[in-house]
Ligand binder design. Structure first.
Ligand code: G3P
Ligand code: MG
Length: 243
C-alpha cells in the first residue's frame, strides 16, 4: 500500500480565513500561501451533481437562499459565492467536485474530502458520486476521504478497498469505542475536534498505528502542547499561523 502524503498543515475549507470557504479561490489562496493540502466538504445538489459546500442551505455563503438539495446545477451556478466574504471575490461561483479536482490536480495539491451528510441526505448516493470521481482525479498519496457519517465511509470502503483509498474516521469528541469503529472501516486516520481531545486518547490512537488529524485549530499557542501527543496534522482556517 502506498503511503499517504499527509502534511502537518491542512487548510480548512481551503484557506477560509482569507478567501470564501470551499471555493476555487480558497484553494488557490492556500496554494499561494504554500499550504499544499486542503480539507473540503462535498454534498449533492438536487440533480445529483457533487459540489463543494458545507451547509444544508446556501444563505450563509452566497447571495441566495434555499436548500442546496432543492437546486439543480444551473440554479446553484447563478449564486455569487464570493461577495459575502469580500468585494475582491465578487463573481466567485459554487465549485463542482469535478472542477475542484481539476484545479487541485493542476496545482499538485492533496485533499481531505469530507463527505458531508447533512440532515435528511443520502450517504450512499453521496459516496457513490464522489469517491470514483476523486479516485480518478488524484493518486492515492494525495487523497483522503473522511466523514462523520459511517455509512458514507462504509460505502466508500466497499467502492474502493483499503489498498486504493485512505479513509479517515471523523469524530467530534472521540468516543470510547473509537478503535473498533476505526478498525471496522480500515481507516488510516482518526480526525478529532482538538478541544475535547485528551492526551491519553491521542496517545492511544497513535499507539494503535493511526494518523491523528486535529480540527479546527486556529490558535497555535493554545494548540501547542498537542504536537507532543503525536498529532500528525492540523486542519486550520489559517494554517500559515502555525509555521
Ligand atoms: O473535517 C474536519 C471539519 O471540517 C469537520 O467539521 O463542520 O468544519 O465540516 P466541519
Ligand atoms: Mg469539513
Amino acid at each position: 500500500m502506498p503511503a499517504l502524503d499527509l502534511p502537518r498543515l491542512i487548510a480548512h475549507r481551503g484557506l477560509s480565513a482569507r478567501a470564501p470557504e470551499n471555493t476555487l479561490a480558497a484553494v488557490r489562496a492556500a496554494h499561494a500561501a504554500g499550504i499544499i493540502w486542503v480539507e473540503l466538504d462535498v454534498q449533492l445538489l438536487g440533480d445529483g451533481t457533487p459540489v463543494i459546500w458545507h451547509d444544508r442551505d446556501v444563505s450563509r455563503c452566497s447571495d441566495g437562499r434555499g436548500r442546496l438539495a432543492a437546486m439543480d446545477l444551473a440554479a446553484a451556478r447563478r449564486l455569487d459565492t464570493g461577495a459575502w466574504f469580500a468585494p475582491a471575490f465578487v463573481g466567485e461561483r459554487m465549485a463542482t467536485l469535478d472542477a475542484m479536482l481539476v484545479l487541485i490536480a493542476e496545482l499538485g495539491m492533496g485533499v481531505n474530502l469530507e463527505l458531508k451528510v447533512n440532515r435528511g441526505h443520502d450517504p450512499v448516493a453521496l459516496a457513490e458520486a464522489a469517491v470514483p470521481t476523486l479516485m480518478e482525479a488524484l493518486p492515492y498519496e494525495r487523497r483522503l476521504v473522511s466523514s462523520f457519517d459511517e455509512r458514507a465511509l462504509r460505502v466508500s470502503r466497499a467502492l474502493a478497498g483499503p489498498e486504493r483509498l485512505a479513509l479517515g474516521a471523523l469524530f467530534d469528541r472521540v468516543p470510547r469505542d473509537w478503535q473498533s469503529r476505526t478498525e471496522a472501516l480500515q481507516a488510516v486516520s482518526v480526525h478529532a475536534n482538538w478541544k475535547p481531545l485528551k492526551a491519553e486518547r491521542a496517545r492511544a490512537i497513535k499507539a494503535a498505528g493511526h494518523a491523528l488529524v486535529c480540527y479546527t485549530a486556529n490558535d497555535p499557542a493554545a494548540f501547542g502542547p498537542r504536537w507532543d501527543w503525536g498529532v500528525d496534522a492540523v486542519i486550520s482556517d489559517d494554517p500559515t499561523r502555525f509555521r
